[in-house]
Each structure stands twice: as C-alpha cells, then as structure tokens.
Design a protein. Structure first.
Length: 125
C-alpha cells in the first residue's frame, strides 16, 4: 500500500532545474499613453525561470510603496502597476549567455532601475 503522506520534498515541481537570462525591452513608443501610468526603466536583464517569471523578477527590483512614505495605490502593493508586467509596454526576449551567467539565483542582473517610480508624499500632503 502506498504511503498516504508522501514527503513534501519528493513532490515534483514544474519549475525547470536551471534558470535562464531574459532581457526586458520597452515595446511601446515613448508617446504611447500607456506610459502615463507607468515609468519606463529602459532595457533590463534578469535571471528567471521563464519569461513570465522574468517580469516578476524585474518588478521586484522596483521600489514598492511600502519602501517609501507614499500611499498605496492598489491594495497592499503597487507592484501590479509596474510597466514590466504590461505586455504592451515591455516584451521579454531570451538573452544569450556570454556577458552574463545564467548560473545563480533569480535576480536582477543588469540595467538601471529608477528609485523614484513611486512619488513619496511631501510635507504639503
């Protein structure tokens, strides 16, 4: 009879064994109205499990309202408003290994993230 309580570490996962490099590239024109609600961070490179995970890794590199004295715009986090999560603003492409290594943990690898994505409250507010 099979064990009714298998060990958690033996349960297979759907994640690949190795990570890959992905480049997130702005897709929309600079005058596209979608940029009104999000800030372009330019091109960035991340190490992630998949293109969808790459969007999450890039979003996590941005400042969230909890790290500032700004008010939340949507629930507990402003990460949902990140331009990286919008497939009309950013596309995700494979980044060949060479300049960067795919070995390592999920991480932001290259690019520049503007820390002022979220405008902090002023003394007037």
């Amino acid at each position: 009879m099979p064990d009714p309580n298998p060990k958690r570490d033996t349960i297979p996962t759907d994640r690949p064994e190795t990570l890959a490099l992905y480049r997130l590239v702005p897709l929309a024109a600079a005058n596209d109205p979608r940029w009104d609600g999000a800030t372009s961070q330019g091109e960035v490179v991340v190490r992630a499990y998949s293109p969808a995970d790459a969007r999450l890794v890039a979003t996590a590199a941005e400042t969230d309202f909890r790290q500032t004295n700004a008010k939340p715009g949507d629930g507990n986090s402003t990460a949902i408003a990140s331009a990286f999560r919008d497939d009309k603003l950013y596309t995700v492409v494979d980044e060949p290994e060479g300049r960067f290594s795919a070995k390592g943990e999920r991480a932001f690898v290259a690019g520049s993230i503007d820390e002022n994505v979220i405008m902090p409250l002023t003394d007037d507010e």
